[in-house]
Design a protein around this ligand. Structure first.
Ligand SMILES: Cc1cc2nc3c(=O)[nH]c(=O)nc-3n(C[C@H](O)[C@H](O)[C@H](O)COP(=O)(O)OP(=O)(O)OC[C@H]3O[C@@H](n4cnc5c(N)ncnc54)[C@H](O)[C@@H]3O)c2cc1C
Ligand code: FES
Length: 280
């Protein structure tokens, strides 16, 4: 059992959870993830390691409530325990030797982008961060990013906070202003990573994206997280989650990610029906 040390809401459906898991805290690096189950019968949920504290042996993740599994996780509070917690999994993000990087986070993807930005900053790299959100109420981690970024642009789709526009608008403006990046690292919704990669390809900037397809075992055995990169089959859980954004077949990943949409919609409706019955 893995004790929940703290749970902190960051926005209306996003929270940070700190778990006591010393063996994971000792080994986890930026870009790696864990797979947890809230309760014995729960679904497995992959979540990126957001932060570790090797002194206290704790690991923090930031999660957005999107379906049954994350709702169950969110029903737990500090002092409760998770049934299981496996990690660190996947390959760490490569940050060594870079001089100037633009880190781009979209929505809850900012939780995974932050440890990468911090690691680059700690190694003396110049970090420009672009954090994009739908609107003001979804903005998270602004203060944390400002501490590790030489330049921070917060974008909102509706202009309710920061600058109005998409992360690609900000990236295009920075490139046109003459900034030359060794690399762009983009973490967020598939469509965002696809359009960032298309833009950087035009400008010949190496781009790393963090792929988050549906995962089951997280060990390369089930094939659930299969994707095509540079014409070859890769497994996001063991070969990634980071891949060359110019080589990923985004259209295939996007269509695979929609495979369970109907099933998940039915499950959400069923849960709402049960909830309504409970309150009546
Ligand atoms: C390596 C990796 C790292 C991740 N890191 C984080 C993180 O740090 N924070 C976070 O909030 N989420 C993260 N995710 C996504 C998270 O695992 C899913 O949101 C979660 O498993 C959904 O479970 P659910 O049962 O609540 O929702 P479901 O009922 O399974 O799905 C609800 C909705 O979420 C979508 N969804 C389901 N799984 C994924 C997925 N893997 N990626 C994107 N959308 C998905 C579904 O298409 C559906 O629209 C990560 C995923 C991977 C593979
Ligand atoms: S999650 Fe099973 S192969 Fe990657």
């Amino acid at each position: 059992m893995y004790t929940i040390i703290a749970k902190t809401p960051l926005s209306h459906n996003v929270s940070r959870m700190e778990i006591l898991a010393p063996p994971v805290a000792r080994k986890a690096l930026p870009g790696q993830f864990v797979i947890l189950r809230a309760m014995e019968h729960s679904e497995r949920i992959p979540l990126t390691v957001h932060d570790v504290n090797t002194q206290s042996g704790t690991v923090s993740m930031v999660y957005q409530v999107v379906g049954a599994g994350t709702r169950e996780l969110d029903s737990l509070k500090a002092g409760d325990s998770l049934h299981d917690f496996v990690g660190p999994l996947g390959m760490p993000t490569r940050t060594e030797g870079l001089q100037k990087v633009c880190v781009i986070g979209g929505g809850v993807g900012c939780a995974s982008a932050y440890p990468v930005a911090r690691s680059l900053h700690e190694q003396g790299c110049q970090v420009h961060t672009i954090a994009g959100f739908r609107s003001r109420e979804f903005v998270i981690l602004e203060e944390e990013f400002s501490r590790v970024s030489d330049l921070l642009k917060v974008m909102t789709d509706d202009g309710s906070y920061g600058e109005h526009g998409m992360v690609t608008d900000a990236l295009r403006a920075l490139i046109e202003a003459g900034h030359r990046y060794d690399q762009v690292i983009a973490i967020g919704p598939l469509v965002m990573m696809k359009f960032v990669s298309l833009l950087t390809k035009e400008h010949g900037i190496k781009t790393v994206v963090s792929m988050n397809p549906i995962m089951v075992d997280g060990t390369g055995m089930c094939g659930g997280c299969r994707l095509t990169v540079g014409g070859q089959i890769k497994f996001a859980c063991v070969d990634g989650p980071d891949f060359d954004g110019h080589q990923v077949d985004f259209d295939e990943v996007i269509s695979r990610s929609r495979m369970y949409e109907e099933f998940e919609k039915r499950e959400r409706e069923e849960n709402c029906r049960l909830f309504r019955q409970e309150v009546q």
